[in-house]
Design a protein around this ligand. Structure first.
Ligand code: GLP
Length: 235
């Protein structure tokens, strides 16, 4: 794993953006995208750049079950506002959180087919405080593909800051599995702030274990971790 430590989130996001730009210039066509607060600055730099996405395909990691794309807490909406409205892709895929209410297996199978038809060149990831990637919580099999995930109390609490009320946070999500993520040719994972320091330490230095989903990245051939000094403080 290549580790880049930057002073703060802004400079880390700039590094990530340069990496994305270089990769696209070198032929990357399918980009795996993430939500959460971590990539927001990167997306801001992207929308302000001259980068053209119209020949690229994006595939997002996850979506809450039960939220329509126009719900402002959905990940569809997040991507639309933060990136797609200003920089549309040729095609953007996000899991179908509505189909998943009645048919989570069908929604998952659809998404696995999309990933199989569009192998991911470059995958962006954030990191959960408990070491989760996308919504793959501790204990998720490294062999998992897209599936419905029951969110842990920890994740519901962490994500409740985006909702009016903790009871509004959906209890489950449709999310790419660890095997889908590991199939990407290249992975960039970012983590900023001291609340990520424990997870960063376990991901990089701890044993590779399903108890820390992100630790699987130690087994990938082409991963770049971008962290600020606070998130790197326990390395
Ligand atoms: C959520 C998302 C993840 C994200 C993580 C960290 O659970 N499903 O994709 O990486 O939270 O969020 P944040 O970037 O806001 O710290």
């Amino acid at each position: 794993m290549k580790i880049i430590i930057t002073e703060d989130k802004a400079s880390g996001s700039k590094k990530a953006f340069d990496l994305f730009k270089g990769s696209i210039a070198n032929g990357t066509k399918v980009i795996g995208l993430a939500t959460g607060s971590t990539p927001v600055t990167l997306y801001q730099q992207w929308t302000e750049s001259d980068l053209d996405n119209s020949n690229l395909i994006s595939i997002n990691l996850d979506e809450y079950v039960g939220l329509t794309p126009d719900n402002d807490q959905s990940y569809h909406y997040f991507m639309q506002k933060n990136l797609f409205d200003k920089k549309p892709f040729k095609h953007s895929y996000v899991p179908d959180g509505i189909k998943a209410i009645k048919d989570p297996e069908g929604a998952s199978a659809d998404y696995n087919r999309i990933i199989a038809e569009n192998p991911i060149d470059l995958q962006l990831l954030g990191l959960g405080q408990n070491g989760h990637i996308a919504f793959n919580e501790p204990g998720t099999s490294f062999d998992s593909v897209t599936h419905e995930v029951k969110l842990t109390e920890n994740t519901i609490k962490a994500n409740s800051r985006f909702f009016n009320n903790i009871d509004d946070v959906p209890k489950s999500a449709i999310c790419m599995g660890i095997a889908n993520i590991m199939s990407a040719k290249e992975i960039v994972i970012m983590a900023f702030g001291d609340n990520k320091a424990d997870a960063v330490q376990k991901m990089v230095e701890g044993p590779v274990t399903e108890d820390v989903p992100a630790s699987v990245l130690q087994q990938h051939q082409n991963v770049t971790l971008i962290v600020d000094q606070a998130a790197a403080s326990k390395l």
